[in-house]
Design a protein around this ligand. Sequence first.
Ligand SMILES: [Zn+2]
Length: 81
Amino acid sequence: MQRKKADKLKKLWRNKPCDHPSFDRVYVLGDQTRDVACFRCGEVFSPAEIQELAKKYSDRVFVFADPSKHKNAFDDGPEAA
Ligand SMILES: [Zn+2]
């Protein structure tokens, strides 16, 4: 998702607790960043923060646990579907 959209989601979410059920790559205009954002609350995470989340929620599959290995994970992602 666009960084702008993440910021908007975050504003709408209003700091409620979120266990970050799913993520999307963050884009700034056309450029993919190494960050990901939570679909639900709009919180943006750096690759290091994603590693921490992957440890915390080890029962979940984190395709972004190592973003460098999943550059194209969302080429046909949820927004295109
Ligand atoms: Zn979240």
